[in-house]
Design a protein around this ligand. Sequence first.
Ligand code: C2O
Ligand code: CU
Length: 459
Amino acid sequence: MEITRRAVLGGLASLPFFNAPAGAAAPALTAGQALAQIAPDGYDPTPVWCYDGAVPGPEIRVRQGDRVSRVLRNKLPDDTAVHWHGIRIDNAMDGVPGLTQNAVKPGQDFLYDFAVPDAGTYWYHSHNRSMEQVARGLAGPLIIEEPDTDAPDVDHDVTLMLDDWRLDPETAKIAPFGNFHDLSHAGRIGNIVTVNGQFGWSMPVRRLDRLRLRIINGANARVFRLRLKGLEGWIAALDGMPLNRPAPATIDLDMAPAQRIDLIVDVTAEVGEMADLVSLERDGGYAVAGFRVGAGAGQTRRAAPAALPPNPVADPGDPARAPLISLQMQGGAMRGLGPTRHKGELRAGRDLMQSGQFWSLNGQAGLDDAPLVDLAQGEVRRIALINDTMFPHGIHLHGHHFHVMNADGSAGVLRDTVLVAPGETRQVLLVADNPGDWLLHCHMLGHAMSGMNTWFRVT
Ligand code: C2O
Ligand code: CU
């Protein structure tokens, strides 16, 4: 018999090996310790905890509808787990010890294997003792590409993972944890900001190049306010989800921890200049990422980009018909806690604060045995996020995106994390269509650890 190429391939495809679980030969994602040059040159490298020896961890990139398959190998001296932030996946793969899996012990492996329904910019990070593990470097980008034909026409697709670090100014070692002041105030704010793990990150571009910038706020607690200099363009997606129409990026961009923004921008700075992504701070602004502008190919500016193809999210229907749930945030410095439930007991706020719990959601600090709410799959709810504290909070829902409601009561942009200013109430609209037990927490990781943490169930 003549063995044709087709017969060989057909034969292979029917071998049982190919029917093994998709993760059987999954590549490793190794959590371990390494040295990284975080501080500017001249400083010592910083001992970090990270994935595959680098900060940020490797960019995991797959196509929409494909699977992410990685064996987490824990080579840390601590339990860990990986959460895939913002991507709507199977609950068992969500990476939350105590809720969706057991923590992975030192020396153990855990197979993460899931299909990705949505294209866009996501990230992954430790979800065990995250306040400390993420601050030590356990985070990386997760990029889901659009189907080929729909990819936007850009010269560079650039991931910019922002982070801030609190380093000892003498030794460049990561400053100690466990400071109650951080927990009860804005969270652990660093003293050095990096992009892709580097201080003063830059890349060469040409004048009038078109860039897709996938900006990820991987910081522990810092809210970035970003401004473009020598770059002009559009916001194409928020938290992975495309806008119906790209919006001109003419205002400063606020980013809570964990939020992402996809920009499509043209380099308008002159040849020989720098185009910059500028972080605005109280005392001025500085470039966190720079683009060194070389001679262009002489092209003229291109037309506005088309919208990215929409992701398959459920239609929430008329928001006014959705029952309302309230979620009241309380606590923190300058307000404190009243009587608050914690681990099944009603405790005096002062006691709780002395034991390191500073925040509550609906009068409860930390996870309760019962969910905040139990929803049937497909139910729609409006959630009023009421910030009764003196600090901003970036509220994140696992396993779902929600619409941030507009002032006129219509359903606005889709996000997985929303920034709620002190004293502000924001409503979001949720279609609870992903079954499982899901966390809902503040992504200022110190706040989550000190009480601002709850969960909901979809059955
Ligand atoms: Cu980015 Cu609960 O996590
Ligand atoms: Cu918070």
